[in-house]
Design a protein around this ligand. Structure first.
Ligand code: MN
Length: 500
């Protein structure tokens, strides 16, 4: 469902006429070589398009306006191979509406000690050419990414690749439609927010639907479609006895498959890539969507429980960023603590809706009662998540701004069976430690709903927040609560008034 390779990043190089045609031809040759190398490299998941070297304010303006008007272009990599007097960039950068990365690199990795002369120096002067450009971007208060190092260096490639993923997610967000089935869970605060502000900042639109609108699609599903999908379930998961072909609750599995097909049809027809539902509004549905939501997430849809549209959009955004990478991204909730001082951990889960993209090993398809919602027993996928480095991210509406919080965690192997807890679950150790992490998260107003990621770095989320121009707070190994609280106060000052 998510194809990053349809997106283009334009590789443009700044210079000036001062150097003469011979040098400029060499600049163009080097730029084309780098663009081609990036285009062909698997770490960079988009097409990288070489653009002719820009030497005047007029050429720069044309480039930036062309980028704005090209849907496939999700961002630009700008490189100053030589010196490019930066006043030439003012009009272009004022017009530019796409994110840009300032690649502070040099064609040659090494100084050719024996051969170096002034011609070499004049050709390879990004060390100061990049600073001239950097001054102007800072003078204009432009949010952008700066990556320093030789263009073939592994860590530079990785950073460029990650930034391209972020640029894809930004473009996807601007095009995103979030469908809400029902409103949010009554009286919950954090799932509220200003949808007009969200559309202004993130670009996505959030539209509400009565559950009856969805039920129409569910009722329109044919028996043949249900049979095909159930076959897919049987091929993919270990089926619980009750829902096997001769099981006592086989009909509930058919109902669950019908819900999945109806939801998928509704979302596809409306062009929605994220959705919410709520157990408080399921009129006309036999069960809360469990397996349906889990499998929709696995195919790339964003989801937020209890009407949480901000988290639904964030899950979609992170799925775009992580497309094609090992590991997954899922809707998540900090559920229960293990306060053993030797081993303090958090059990993350939800009533049902955890994405199997984060699963380790066997996934089983089961049916069990659900204490709330007042509907029939829902079918769900049950599994443990993989161990390893991960993070939780949350976006909240602070009244006068959106704030993104990220907490790095280390997921652990789950050694206990928990036979009476038939839901998907993750166990993690929060960084720097739970006492600090949870206190910082709570001071920062982070939501109880998050997107849990196994394959996106905190740096990528910071890049996303910068491009969207929202606040970003990181809780990681280095977090100190005293400094963190200061950061909150400083940020309140940065963003003007305290939101009410
Ligand atoms: Mn919840």
């Amino acid at each position: 469902m998510i194809d990053l390779n349809k997106n283009e990043i334009w590789f443009a190089t700044g210079s000036q006429h001062l150097y003469g045609p011979e040098t400029l031809a060499q600049v163009a040759e080097h730029s084309a070589e780098i663009a081609q190398y990036y285009d062909g490299n698997k770490i960079i998941p988009v097409r990288v398009i070489f653009k002719p070297v820009v030497k005047t304010a007029g050429e720069i303006s044309i480039l930036c306006k062309e980028a704005n008007n090209t849907d496939a272009c999700v961002g630009l990599i700008l490189w100053m191979h030589t010196f490019s007097p930066a006043k030439m960039w003012i009009a272009g950068l004022q017009a530019l509406q796409k994110p840009f990365l300032h690649l502070h690199t040099q064609y040659n990795r090494d100084i050719p000690w024996n051969a170096i002369d002034m011609d070499f120096m004049n050709l390879n002067q990004s060390a100061h050419g990049g600073r001239e450009f950097g001054f102007l971007a800072s003078r204009m208060r432009l949010n952008r990414k700066v990556i320093v190092g030789h263009w073939k260096n592994e860590s530079v490639l990785q950073k460029v690749g990650n930034w391209c993923r972020v640029a894809c997610a930004v473009a996807d967000s601007k095009d995103m439609k979030v469908a809400r089935f029902g409103d949010n869970m009554r009286q919950v605060a954090v799932t509220e927010g200003n949808k007009v502000s969200a559309q202004l900042k993130f670009g996505y639109e959030v539209n509400g639907y009565g559950v009856g609108d969805l039920v129409k699609y569910i009722d329109g599903v044919s028996d043949a479609q249900i049979n095909t999908l159930i076959q897919e379930y049987e091929d993919s998961y270990t089926m619980a006895a009750k829902i096997k072909s001769d099981g006592s609750m086989r009909n509930s599995l058919r109902d669950a498959a019908k819900i999945e097909l109806g939801m998928r049809a509704f979302l596809e027809e409306g062009g929605y890539t994220a959705f919410t539902d709520t157990f408080e509004d399921l009129h006309g549905m036999k069960q809360l969507p469990g397996i349906a939501t889990q499998r929709l997430m696995a195919s790339g849809y964003g989801f937020g429980g209890e009407g949480d549209w901000k988290t639904a959009a964030l899950v979609r955004t992170m799925k775009v960023m992580g497309a094609g990478l090992e590991g997954g991204n899922s809707f998540m909730e900090d559920y229960t603590y293990h306060f053993d001082p030797e081993n303090t951990t958090v059990l993350g889960s939800h009533m049902l809706e955890i994405c199997p993209s984060i699963a380790k090993g066997n996934v089983s398809c089961e049916i069990h009662p659900l204490g709330i919602g007042g509907k029939e027993d829902p079918v769900r996928l049950v599994f443990n998540a993989s161990a390893g480095k991960a993070l939780n991210a949350s976006v909240v509406d602070m009244g006068n701004r959106f704030r993104m919080l990220v907490n790095k965690v280390e997921a652990l192997e789950i050694e206990n069976d928990m036979p009476n807890l038939p839901v998907a679950r993750v166990l993690w150790d929060a960084k720097p430690d739970l006492q600090t992490a949870a206190a910082a998260w709570i001071y920062g107003g982070g939501a109880h709903h998050t997107c849990y990621s196994q394959n996106i770095s905190a740096e990528s989320l910071e890049d996303f927040a910068e491009i969207m121009d929202i606040e970003f707070l990181l809780i990681d190994e280095k977090t100190d609560l005293y400094r963190f609280k200061q950061e909150l106060r400083w940020n309140d000052a940065t963003y003007g008034i305290k939101g009410i």
